[in-house]
Structure formats: C-alpha cells, structure tokens
Design a protein. Sequence first.
Lengths: 91, 475
Amino acid sequence: MDVKYTAELAKIRLNKEQVDKLGSELNDILSFFKNLKEVDTKGVEPLSHVLALKNVFRDDIVKPSLKKADVLKNAPQKDTHYIKVPRVIKG
Amino acid sequence: MKYKTVIGLEVHVQLLSKTKIFCSCSTAFGKEPNSQTCPSCLGLPGSLPVFNMEVLALSLKAALVLHCRIQKVMRFDRKNYFYPDLPKAYQISQYDMPLAQNGYLEITDDDRLKRIGITRVHLEEDAGKLIHTGAESLVDFNRCGTPLIEIVSEPDINSPDEAYQYLTKLKSILTYLEVSDCNMQEGSLRCDANISLCPVDSAELGAKAEVKNLNSFKAVRDALKYEAGRQKRLLEEGGRVTQETRLWEENKKVTLSMRSKEEAHDYRYFPEPDLPIFEINEEDIETAKRSLPELADERKSRFVEQYSLSDYDAGILTSAKPLADYYEKCLVILAEPKEVANWLAGAVMAELNARNENFSSIKLKPEELVEMIKLVRDGKINSKAAKEVVLPEIIEGGKKTSDILKEKNISQVSDEGEIGKIADEVIRRNEKSVNDFKEGKKNAIMYLVGQVMKGSKGRANPKTVKEILEKRLSE
C-alpha cells in the first residue's frame, strides 16, 4: 500500500511517523479483504449496488434555491457575488 | 511515408431539463452568480442527490437516435478529484455501467455516407464556473449539477473536415430532438478531440494528443489541422509524439502543451452510494422511441414527396425544427404548400436575416403571414407591396395584416376605369415606346406597364395593367 501516494490524492500531509502507522493499519484492513476472498461465491449474482432500492426519481420541477448571502456565508473568502479561491491556473 | 489521421471526439452536451440532474435548482443560463444552488449541489454534509426523471427521458432520446444499445441497468459512479469548481471533490458520473453503448452517427463525406461509431453515451453532472482574475479565481456554482451527456466517438474520424461534419450533424440531431440547444458560446456543447497519426498501412494507433479549449466547431477544425501538421512534422523528422493534453490558443492558432502535474489522473471511481441503480426496461425504451420527433433528413424527404417541394426548398425549410414546424402550421390554415414555401424560404427568411434574427424567436404569427399570402393570391395587394410594406410591419409581431392594409393604402387597384385613366396618360407621354410596340417590339410594353405601376404608386394590379395597355395599343 503506497501511503504517500494515497495521502497526496487525498490532499493530506503526513509525517514519517504517521506514514508508518497508517501503512501498517491499512495493510491490516487490506488483509481482511483476503478473508472475504475465501468465501465460496459460486452461483451468487454479482452485486452492482449495496442499496436494495432502484429507480428513485424526482419530477423536473424547479424549487427555490438558497439565498446568495447564505451560500456565501461559509466561504472563507468572497466578494458580493463570488466565492474566492487562490488562482488555480498559471498565466 | 504517408500518414493516416485518426481522430476521436468527446462531446459534452447540456440537457434541456428545467432543473439540475440531482436537485431542484433551476438550470437557467445567465442568472446572478451563485443564485441557483442548494445544499445538494453545493455538496453540503447531509444532503442527498435525487435523479431527475426528465434527464433520463432526454438522454434516452439522444442515445436512441445515435443508434446505441441502451443498458438494462445503469449506475452512477463517483469520479474523485480536487478542483475549486467541484464542491463535493467528486463528480457524479458513470463508469462501467453507462446509459448506452455501441451506436453510430452517419456523416456525408464527398457524397458518400460514412458511419462514425459511438463508443458510449453516459450521464454526468457539470462542474461550476471559474473566472480567473489577477491573483484569484472566482467561483460561480450555478452551473454545478447541470445535467450533461458525454458522447464519446470511436476513432473513426479521419480528417479535420470530417470532425467538423460530425459535430454539425450531431448538433442538428440534438437540437431537432430538443434535447439540447447545443450553444457553444453558452457552453451547452463542449468538445475535446483526441488526434494521432500512424502510417497508412499500420493497424496500430500512434501516440495521441488530447486537444482542449475548443470554443467553436471552426476552432475544432483549425486546431485539428494544426495538430495533424505538427505531428506529421515531428514524425517525419524522426521524432515521437508525446501523449499529452494540449490547449488550443485561438489567437495564435497553435496548440500548446498543458504541462501540468494533473497528468497523473487517478480518479478512483467507485459506485455512488447515495443513488440507487436504474433499470431501463423495454417499455421505457418504447416510450422514448414513440416520443422521437421526425428528424431533419426524414422530414426533408417527406416535404419533397408530400408537398412537391424542390430539394432545395425542402432543405431550407427543414434546416431548423422551429422553421419546419412553422411551415406546417401555416399549411394547416392555407393548403398551398408551394406558395407558402416560397414566401417562407424567400421573403420571410430574407427579412429575418436582414434583421439578424433567427426563426426560433420569430414573433410573426402564422395566421398573419397566411393572411398576407392570401391577399397577394387574391389580387388584393401585389407581391412587391407585401414584401416591402406589409412584411416588415407584421414580422415584429403585434400588428394585424388587415390593419396594415387599411393604414398604408396599398390595396391593389384592379378597377379598369381607374387604371385606364393612368394608362391613357402614360400612352400620351411615351410616344417612343408606343411606336416601338406598334412596330413589333413587344417588350416595349413592359416599360409602359412600369410607368402605369408608378403612376398608381405601386397599387395597380400588374396583370390588369398589361391587359389594358395591350387593348388600347392595338385599337
């Protein structure tokens, strides 16, 4: 298990100690899956979803959206209309 | 060495539902930033997505006209990545159980039909919009959650012109279906292109470049032309094409490497646990099939056959669905297919073009147009007055043809007495033309007809004028 790569994908910073600790924990978790592999699944249909539900729809009817002031309330940086983030492209 | 160009297109199309794909926020374009969001499309904790039934109906139509096989069971998956326009840090998309697969679209290439394979059609939600200014990027989440279908073609396209044709055809079909308005300026149709070159006799594809930032069909064609040239030069110089994403620079007319770390994509798709699976049964497919409108090509053939129109007129009248619908609405009131076609494809289109308007927003009611055509047919006004006086007035909507007729004093005069007076005057003043006519120059009469028309301020019935003149000159 490549802990550093996984941490990078999740955008979290780990120190050496954490990498070691998480590495062994994740390996334990993965080894539990090996146990599952031993179960005989002959004749069992593959599951495409964990929910027993299917075909849950809503109608195409507009409902009021949130007020803009409320939408912007949680943003650490904003102006009157927009949420502001550090510039994401070079140029 | 001779090379073959291999192109595949990925087209994202916004569906014309009123609300977003997984929540009830409006999808209307051009509203105040961040005014069309809710806890679900903002990805706030505890909110859940619920699939929009209309989105399924619209996407089924699109998949069916693209001759795709509809999957019995479709599923949504999470595509995980971080970007500020994606508040949940994952996009709900479809991975291995998409809506539809294995279709095709036919394009005409040098008068030959060519089939371009469609690999798949899948559903997904759009991301928000980022505006890059100075040191910051501004985020507008209104578009976040807008329903999209992604249409992925097979690498069956072999030239930039074919790519252009494919897009034009796709747009025509989808707008006819009223599945999307395919407006590239508003971002309701977006296209990325994969292009590679390989020796003509090779079965193996070369390394490809993915070209992005294509803002019009023309940009797609230009960028592909440029990219094919660039790759050819590289290969001829013994170099290699790097597999990468390149951006089209519209101003410089070149593609440039994106060179970002983003290349290491690892989206870690997994089934979306907040949405159930969707079973699409035969009945759903049949319902969708029944709701398919007649498409442009079929309608054109029918117009030629049913209304005896020329190929050319039928082509114009079926070029956009609102125009074809309008034509048939007129025919319900006045069953004169040829006459209505002439007016619509001719004067009405010309007037709209002159005003820089298109048919989808026409305000002229079919009733008023038909009224005008009838007046011309019955000799109440002549066609010049109809074109130049009546049409410009009624095309703005609101005004009635009959009112303009009264207002402008343009009723055609067919009264022999009244025309006769003007004719006598014209004959007296134009001795030369009269003599020419009497000496056998039959065409000379046309000048005299013109003079009488002028004398009547354009209101005389030209046919009656000619008859009266002929009668008097042969006396």
